[in-house]
Design a protein around this ligand. Structure first.
Ligand code: SF4
Ligand code: SF4
Length: 437
């Protein structure tokens, strides 16, 4: 089988895919969930009050922007409080709704699922009503991403099964155990976007997933319109921009999106979620995560959105050893959990317990390694110096907007400088300043 490679600066990381052979397990309904009022960098407002009862799938937070779907509760129960929460991905204090479960898991009335021959507009409206969002990292409402791709008249649909960060295996297990649902979800996106070609890009270290998807593809009508293609695993080979570039053989221009070069990229977890919404008529209430690292029992888990880290660690038998750091997400792009009440949100693909090997930052020695490993050709060290000096215009001139926070620069820096964190904070500061102008 031909393995496609991607041409950009990348690094080779240890796989540490400890949970590759662990089937997906559902953990019990949480007694309590915490749902931050934030979605894809937009702050939401709680629309429920303390003491109010809610159903799973019911809206509990709304955006000022009417096209953004509501944030929903993933369980039924009672709103036990509205707290302030520092969201590690959003980078600031937001409201969060805390719901105590009634243990019943009662859901809202499902939306009527579209007919087999429904039009693209009907399917799109259904995705808007059920509030399906991207599970590949951005957490962006899928309706908006698809509408934008329709308007851009994309010619290639890419389903992303690269999962190139160490430890993560939730997408791998999903491609093996839910290949039919992944293919069915892909067919729905094909009906909406009418691409000329559809490629499921799979990590070349995942031959079982390739076989599983190929089998599922071959068993359905029009499955031949979908190609399952292995791509060489290196980090960050799963980044949307890099996949789009490799497939379209064109760069995504600075400040533009993959759809601007004719490519729309969605994760395997997102298309599985589309299939699930069509089958159930309900908004996404759960996601699959990898629980791995220093745990007595590592696994791939199906958890309700808002489940606290403590529940996941309890299910896995606690933690092993001392001086651990708990990470929400992958080791390269995740965020440190500062307490065990922190919840799994739509963008959290893992809960990892890893030995804290961070060292204090020392002076930059101007070695240039961060420049060598940046997949989009930035000079992280220059952005870092300008950020520290508060020279935000210079950061923009150095292309800070293009950085997609892969973490290669921080990982490679011999001085232990958390370059990606400086960059993320600076990007947010630039955005805030822009919105005040
Ligand atoms: S985090 Fe940004 S600056 Fe650093 S290597 Fe990745 S893309 Fe480049
Ligand atoms: S890798 Fe670290 S030490 Fe080397 S130039 Fe970049 S910031 Fe400086």
């Amino acid at each position: 089988m031909k393995i496609n490679s991607l041409s950009y600066n990348s690094i080779t990381l240890p796989g540490n895919k400890l949970t590759a052979s662990c089937p997906i397990e559902a953990i019990p309904l949480p007694e309590k969930i915490t749902v931050p009022m934030v979605c894809y960098g937009n702050e939401y407002n709680p629309i429920v009050k303390k003491g109010q009862t809610v159903l799973a799938g019911e809206g509990i937070g709304a955006s000022d922007n009417p096209v953004m779907p509501p944030v929903v509760s993933s369980i039924s129960g009672e709103v036990s409080g509205i707290i302030k929460y520092v969201d590690p991905f959003f980078g600031s204090l937001v409201s969060a709704v805390v719901i105590t479960s009634d243990g019943l898991g009662k859901t809202i009335e499902p939306e009527k699922s579209p007919a087999e021959n429904a039009s693209s507009r009907t399917l799109l409206n259904f995705i808007q009503k059920t509030g399906v969002y991207g599970l590949g990292g951005g957490g962006f409402p899928l309706y908006i991403k698809l509408l934008s791709a329709m308007n851009a008249r994309i010619n290639t649909l890419v389903i992303n099964g690269m999962e190139c960060e160490p430890y993560l295996t939730s997408d791998y297990r999903l491609m093996i155990e839910n290949a039919t649902e992944v293919i069915n979800g892909t067919r729905i996106l094909q009906k909406i976007l009418s691409p000329l070609q559809t490629i499921i890009a799979v990590n070349d270290q995942y031959p079982d997933a390739i076989t599983s998807l190929d089998r599922a593809r071959a068993s359905i009508e029009k499955g031949g319109d979908i190609t399952v293609t292995p791509f060489k695993s290196s980090y960050p080979s799963g980044a949307e921009e890099l996949l789009a570039k490799a497939i379209a053989k064109r760069e995504v221009p600075p400040g533009k999106l993959p759809q601007d070069i004719g490519v729309s990229v969605h994760s395997v977890a997102t298309v599985k979620s589309v299939n699930d919404a069509i089958m159930s008529g309900l908004p996404p209430l759960e996601r699959i995560i990898t629980a791995s690292g220093n745990l007595p029992r590592c696994s791939n888990l199906k958890v309700r959105i808002g489940t606290p880290v403590a529940d996941i660690l309890n299910f896995c038998g606690g933690t092993l050893g001392e001086n651990n750091r708990i990470i929400l997400g992958g080791p390269m792009t995740g965020r440190t959990a500062y307490n065990l009440d922190m919840p799994v949100t739509p963008t959290v693909s893992a809960v990892l317990v890893l030995k804290d090997s961070r060292t204090p930052e020392s002076e930059c020695i101007r070695c240039g390694k961060c420049i060598d490993v940046c997949p989009v050709g930035l000079s992280p060290v220059d952005i870092y110096y300008n950020s520290r000096a508060g020279k935000y215009e210079e950061c923009s001139r150095h292309g800070i907007d293009i950085c997609f926070e892969c973490g290669n620069c921080s990982y490679s820096c011999p001085s232990g400088i958390s370059l990606v964190q400086y960059i993320a904070i600076t990007k947010r500061e630039i955005k805030l300043r822009g919105s005040k102008d």
